[in-house]
Design a protein around this ligand. Structure first.
Ligand SMILES: Cc1cc2nc3c(=O)[nH]c(=O)nc-3n(C[C@H](O)[C@H](O)[C@H](O)COP(=O)(O)OP(=O)(O)OC[C@H]3O[C@@H](n4cnc5c(N)ncnc54)[C@H](O)[C@@H]3O)c2cc1C
Length: 376
């Protein structure tokens, strides 16, 4: 029997597997796909996420853009960033590299093995896959937005927005290779992006609108036409859910817990999910490592995530609820307040946070209202 079974070998699962193996635990990852596999993603890794990756990560980097363009209805601002705004990766090779780091540390990964169901009998998990049965003392659900772990642990699933993306080779002009663009005008509860992967443009549209999904594909096709003049071998359009929580609810029960997208720990304003996937993997390993020694439950994980990560995600959601219903208005207003755009950039670099951005936005708005009183 293994100490821990992890379902899914995305950034969350492979990172948790590597950390557990480094601690000398026996860990088995069950991954339904054969790697390398495609995962729809902008592949933008922010500085705060970078700190949670092994140092050899730098070999994976395709671009490190130092310009950021924010586009609204009435124009745009391009702001240079003192450090790269993000580091971009191809998720196909990045995820395979992370899985290899876990294997190198001693984790066993079964690719092409889909988990169908699992149950806990009070002492161990029995996991049924399409390749047979496995047993473990602890279990981590890292099976992403479409996974089954939340259901079998009996924990609440997050809400789902959605995103569509396309990759266009040789699409970017020289100036654009070093620039990320965000466009917030005309996208329901979301935005469009262009993220450079070398000379390849990763272009997408995402929406946090839960429930009936807006038609994102035509919006993407329109945006692509406007953005990149030259087309060469565009990839097919891929769609994927954006799982995020609107309130905190337990993510651990007995000897099992959820990490990454399976837990719905995405930033509800920016859709950055890789940072939370890595962060929750570190937190889960800390808790499971302690529990393995004493054979206790892992419900401490709920407190750790609520106090450390949810404390960052909750104000992101507040920003989202403030910004997206009136995105056109806010975008134009932010365009005239570059200091607020810079505050957002500082946040993505780990030098500020949403509480500070919200406070600064509120103070700027109040000051402006006082300076321009209503006239008869
Ligand atoms: C279009 C788009 C663009 C995005 N852009 C960015 C970005 O630029 N930067 C950023 O930080 N975040 C971005 N995100 C979010 C980011 O992709 C996710 O948050 C991140 O992949 C979560 O990692 P994870 O390991 O939790 O899940 P995943 O990466 O989804 O991995 C889950 C793994 O579990 C496996 N699995 C699922 N079910 C089973 C099963 N039953 N049995 C076995 N294995 C199973 C899957 O095959 C998969 O390999 C984007 C998301 C989308 C949709």
């Amino acid at each position: 029997m293994d100490d821990v079974i992890i379902i899914g070998a995305g950034p969350a699962g492979s990172t948790a597997a590597r950390l557990l193996a480094e601690k000398g635990k026996s860990v088995r990852v069950l991954e339904k796909s054969s790697f390398p596999r495609k995962k729809p993603c902008g592949g933008a890794i922010t500085s705060r996420a970078l700190a949670l990756l092994p140092p050899s990560f730098h070999d994976q980097v395709l671009s490190a853009p130092t310009f950021w363009t924010f586009r609204g209805r009435k124009g745009f601002r391009t702001i240079p960033t003192p450090r790269p705004f993000c580091y971009t990766v191809d998720r196909m090779t990045f995820d395979a590299w992370l899985a290899y780091q876990a294997q190198k540390s001693g984790a066993e990964i079964h690719f092409g093995t889909a988990v169908l169901a699992f149950a806990f009998d009070g002492e161990q998990y029995l996991v049924k896959t399409d390749q047979g049965y496995f047993q473990s003392r602890y279990l981590m659900g890292a099976d992403g937005a479409k996974g089954i772990s939340a259901k079998y642990l009996g924990l609440n699933r997050p809400k789902n927005g959605a995103a569509v993306e396309i990759e266009v080779s040789s699409a970017l002009k020289a100036d654009d290779i070093n620039r990320v663009e965000i466009n917030v005008s005309g996208y329901p509860w979301g935005y469009a992006w262009v993220i450079p992967h070398g000379s390849v443009a990763n272009i997408g549209v995402g929406s946090f609108k839960a429930g009936k999904l807006p038609a994102l594909k035509p919006l993407l096709q329109n945006y692509v036409k406007k953005t990149v003049a030259k087309w060469s071998s565009p990839s097919p359009i891929l769609a994927h859910p954006l799982p995020y929580r609107t309130h905190f609810s337990p993510l651990a029960i007995h000897h099992g817990l959820l990490i990454g997208d399976a837990a719905g720990l995405m930033d509800g304003f920016s859709a950055e999910g890789i940072y939370s996937a890595l962060y929750s993997a570190f937190a889960a390993v800390e808790v499971v490592d302690r529990a393995l020694d004493k054979n206790t439950d892992v419900e401490d994980y709920n407190t750790v995530i609520r106090e450390r990560l949810w404390a960052q995600l909750k104000p992101a959601l507040k920003m989202s609820r403030l910004f997206y219903p009136l995105a056109g208005f806010w975008a134009d207003w932010f365009l005239t307040h570059t200091d607020l755009l810079e505050e957002y950039l500082a946040l993505t670099q780990g030098d500020s946070n949403y509480d500070q951005l919200l406070a600064k936005t509120e103070n700027t708005l109040l000051a402006q209202l006082r300076l321009r009183p209503l006239t008869r």
